[in-house]
Design a protein around this ligand. Structure first.
Ligand code: HMG
Ligand code: MG
Length: 295
């Protein structure tokens, strides 16, 4: 059966903006995040404490956190790859972080400058110190379905990386289809290969238009946390074939039709995406945004 309630983990300000070529002023980012909270989002991934040269679009992370109007009842996790990133996050009073691992050797090298094995040497002290400081840690694993260099990713390899991350003490594992090549049968097989679907989230990029179908498959397997980005913006600068995330509006539309509660105000989300699209200089790729903003 399907769950009665779903948590939408909003990644627009981080995954969405990390890949945009337009330079977005920090105050616009803060307003974007505040609009998302106003539309009812309870978890908003705000930015990344990565090397500013690796992701220049998010080089203003410290400044953004200082400007952010943090609302009670809303969580604002940030991406942190290493101890330097954790130091920056701690200084700004962040209470939730996400580490991001790779399921493949090539992407570990391209995205983290590490090998598949040595990425864990980077993450272990981050998770240990974060937990000591009372910080919640989520883990991503990227390229769960395939990567542009190695082809399809073996299920056992994804499970091995994922279980190790959960074993470090991460409260949740988000399965990333970074380049959007997954299909529903593959999603079902991967989720069933894990011990506990309640600790999983899914993170679908919509490159091949499969994100919504994949989400439905994940819901049927018992996953109740879905990553999405308002307006469907997103991508990964270290995987050229990556396009936008599953659009939050598309997800809300489907869930509403299924009678599943999200607490989100769809018209406020669409208004936010239309506002942002103008600033980014390109229309939102979301079909629901396009349909609801006509006329
Ligand atoms: P590195 O070059 O190996 O870093 O990069 P290092 O540890 O050797 O340090 C080199 C220098 O960088 C040092 O400075 C550090 O202090 C500095 P120096 O001593 O030479 O003056 N440095 C930092 N400065 C600020 N903040 C930091 C930081 N770390 C080191 N955190 C590193 C390793 C991991 C830092 C680099 O590879 C990196 O930043 N990678 C991030 C790439 C990224 O953000 N990709 C996009 C996010 S992942 C994604 O989008 C996928 C996801 O959405 C899920 C999915 O779709 O599948 C999550
Ligand atoms: Mg992503």
């Amino acid at each position: 059966g399907l769950p009665q309630q779903v948590t939408i983990y909003e990644v627009g300000p981080r995954d969405g903006l990390q890949n945009e070529s337009a330079v977005i002023p920090v105050e616009v980012k803060a307003e974007f995040i505040d609009r998302l909270a106003d539309a009812g989002h309870k978890v908003i991934e705000a930015t990344s404490f990565v090397h500013p040269k690796w992701v220049p679009q998010l080089a203003d992370a410290d400044e953004l956190l200082r400007r952010l109007h943090r609302r009670t009842g809303v969580r604002y996790p940030v991406l942190v790859p290493n101890e330097r990133g954790l130091d920056r996050a701690l200084e700004l009073g962040v209470d939730e972080i996400a580490i991001f691992a790779s399921a493949t050797e090539t992407f570990a090298a391209k995205n983290l400058n590490r090998s598949l094995e040595s990425q864990f040497d980077m993450f272990e002290p981050v998770v240990a110190r974060a937990l000591d400081n009372g910080i919640k840690v989520r883990a991503y694993v990227s390229m769960c379905f395939g990567d542009p260099w190695e082809g399809p990713t073996p299920i056992a390899q994804v499970v091995s990386v994922g279980e190790r991350l959960l074993g470090l003490g991460c409260y949740q594992l988000s399965l990333g289809d970074t380049i959007g090549v997954g299909t529903p049968g593959h999603v079902t097989e991967l989720i069933r290969a894990f011990r506990s679907p309640d600790r999983l989230a899914v993170h679908f990029h919509d490159t091949y238009g499969q994100a919504l179908a994949n989400t439905l498959a994940a819901l049927h397997c018992g996953v109740t946390t879905i990553d999405a980005s308002t307006g469907g913006i997103g991508g990964c600068p270290y995987a050229e074939s990556a396009t936008g995330n599953l659009a939050t509006e598309d997800l809300v539309w489907m869930l509403r039709g299924l009678g599943i509660e999200t607490g989100l105000d769809l018209s406020k989300l669409v208004a936010t995406s239309t506002w942002l699209a103008e600033l980014l200089g390109r229309p939102s790729p979301s079909r629901v945004v396009q349909a609801l903003s006509k006329g």
